[in-house]
Design a protein around this ligand. Structure first.
Ligand SMILES: Cc1ncc(C[n+]2csc(CCOP(=O)(O)OP(=O)(O)O)c2C)c(N)n1
Ligand SMILES: [Mg+2]
Length: 550
């Protein structure tokens, strides 16, 4: 459109600038990406609008960083992936974000509309294959549609339950000019202020009369900003709390109502269990983690799209914080539960005592539990701990303590190896005031290890601790158990991943003996650089795992 044809007062800007203007208007300050010509106008727009680009080495890391940003801040993370392979490389992170209800927006480049079907470079229709792993998947049909679509994608990402939203922009539409959009923020859903579920009375009555209640809360609690309400509920009604996923830290690990090792005893023995913001998936034995007679009260931000594997006694869908507040008020005045709490504390203490030998194990190469005993001594209460690996991370999940919301990130039920460095990049960008600690298996390193270069270029002092056992332990041990042998389970023993990180410009440490670990960790944190502490761990240690594939 020529300047003469403009309506009076209208300003023409290119489509990429429109994208950036709507992102900035809605509070987005970072864009995770890897370059591709289809994205240039978006980059130019971000530059003009003051949105920082964080450029990575593989699109999977950009997309996991967008999810990690959401996990660290509870605001949508945004990435831009180039047309075709850029988008396909981001698919695992989209699927992960869908399962974790992580609000994120994926902006895709796209071959030009005017040549569609003629075989432009990287031409493929993304929408049909991203649709099953996103909440919204759309193509901007014209430059004039761009602003509205960006707002819609942000809204879809935040609408409970949150998740990934995808919009792609044909090259011609996003490079052409259109009218500059409104400057104001869109009205976006706020999961923290959703009203309580209707009709809590019946569930509240069940909870009030419960003698042995228990709470199992997961990721949805965090997205619903339910930590304050949960703390008040458990304190006032005297209910033991168990946490997984992103709910970890929502009740601090040293809180009188927090338990972890006594989970089996508590969930099996509970007469009423509140299952908050977590599906009854494999992590809860598809409902079998609870006793046969346990009355289950499901609390979630929205009705799930599929049936529960076990019939709940009550289902409360609405704002999680408000629902917990309502339950607390209506369920007050129940029986004395101090006996129940103290019997669980006893079970908890007994199980913790049984771990002491492993935590103090002096072998070389190290027992993974010894690694965590040393780590727990040096980390702060608000260190953001990220796990990416097999058995090494299972041990961490068992023994690392979390004290604040947002300070534990694991891949969640999608279980994608390689998510850690992207999460860590985002956490370090989002929270420069905190330390970011990345726990890595040696196998996991291979997926996104080159992201240490990203951390170096962007000055992100992530400290990674590797449990280097030279194997894919979480696969090798189970395969040997089932078949008596294993294949495709070996990696190079004692590989110097620390040197790789050094050559990328970071700090590296090799640890063979337990007493070398604490000083190596101190040097790594003091280096102020991205660091890898490569700890040689014992490949013969197998995580005591119950089968969880099905
Ligand atoms: C992308 C992806 N590929 C494969 C797997 C299957 N898998 C789960 S854990 C694991 C082993 C991880 O090995 P490592 O990171 O060295 O940790 P370890 O179990 O040895 O402690 C594998 C291969 C997966 N979860 N995700
Ligand atoms: Mg390994």
């Amino acid at each position: 459109m020529s300047a003469g044809a403009q309506a009076p007062g209208s300003t023409q800007v290119h489509g990429g600038r429109i994208v950036a203007k709507r992102l900035a208007a809605n509070g987005v300050s970072k864009l995770f990406t890897l370059s591709g010509g289809h994205l240039f106008s978006i980059y130019d727009g971000c530059r003009e609008e003051g949105i920082d680009l964080v450029d990575v080495r593989h699109e999977q890391a950009a997309a996991f960083a967008a999810e990690g940003w959401a996990k660290a801040t509870r605001t949508p993370g945004v990435c831009a992936l180039t047309a075709g392979p850029g988008v396909t490389n981001g698919m695992s992170a989209m699927a992960s974000a869908l399962m974790n209800s992580s609000p994120m927006v994926v902006l895709g480049g796209r071959a030009p509309a005017m040549r569609w079907g003629q075989g432009s470079l990287q031409e493929i229709d993304h929408v049909p294959f991203v649709a099953p792993v996103t909440k919204l998947a759309r193509t901007a049909g014209a430059t004039a549609d761009i602003a509205g679509l960006v707002d819609e994608a942000l809204a879809a990402a935040l609408e409970a339950p949150g998740g990934p939203a995808f919009v792609d922009f044909p090259l011609d539409q996003v490079f052409m000019e259109g009218e500059a959009p409104d400057e104001g923020a869109a009205t976006l859903p706020d999961p923290a202020s959703l009203p309580a579920a209707p009709d809590v009375a019946e569930a509240a009555e069940q909870l009030r009369s419960a003698e042995r209640p228990a709470i199992m809360a997961g990721t949805g609690l965090y997205w619903g900003h339910g930590e304050v309400a949960l703390r008040r509920l458990c304190e006032e009604l005297r209910i033991p709390v168990f946490l997984n996923g992103l709910a970890r830290g929502c009740v601090p690990a040293d809180h009188e109502c927090f338990f972890s090792r006594a989970r089996g005893t508590a969930l099996k023995g509970a007469d009423v269990a509140l299952v908050i913001g977590v599906p009854m998936d494999f992590r809860l034995g598809f409902g079998g983690s609870f006793g046969d007679d346990t009355q289950i009260v499901v609390i979630g931000s929205a009705e799930p799209g599929k049936p529960h594997p076990r019939q709940p006694a009550a289902e409360l869908y609405g704002g999680i914080a408000a629902t917990l507040d309502a339950l607390r008020e209506e369920a007050a005045g129940g029986p004395d539960r101090s006996g129940w709490l103290s019997s669980l504390r006893e079970a908890e203490n007994e199980k913790r005592a049984a771990e002491r030998d492993d935590l103090a194990d002096s072998r070389s190469p190290l027992h993974p539990m010894r690694v965590y005993a040393e780590l727990q001594k040096v980390i702060d209460r608000d260190t953001i701990v990220i796990g990416d690996g097999g058995d090494f991370v299972s041990y961490a999940g068992r023994v690392m303590e979390t004290y604040e919301p947002g300070c534990w990130m694991d891949p969640g039920p999608y279980g994608c190896l390689g998510s850690g460095p992207g999460y860590a990049i985002a956490a370090a960008v989002a929270r420069p005031d905190r330390r970011t600690l990345l726990l890595l298996g040696d196998g996991a390193f291979g997926f996104s290890g080159l992201e240490f270069d990203t951390m170096v270029r962007h000055g992100l002092p992530v400290v990674a601790v590797m449990g280097n056992n030279g194997i894919w332990a979480l696969e090798k041990h189970p395969m040997e158990f089932l078949y008596g042998y294993s294949v495709a389970a070996e990696l190079q023993p004692e590989l110097r991943y620390d040197r790789v990180v050094e050559d990328l410009g970071g700090h590296g440490e090799l640890v063979r003996q337990p007493d070398e670990l604490a000083p190596a960790l101190e040097r790594a944190f003091a280096s102020g650089k991205p660091a890898l502490v490569n700890v040689l761990t014992d490949p013969d240690v197998a995580y005591p795992r119950k089968a969880n594939l099905a």
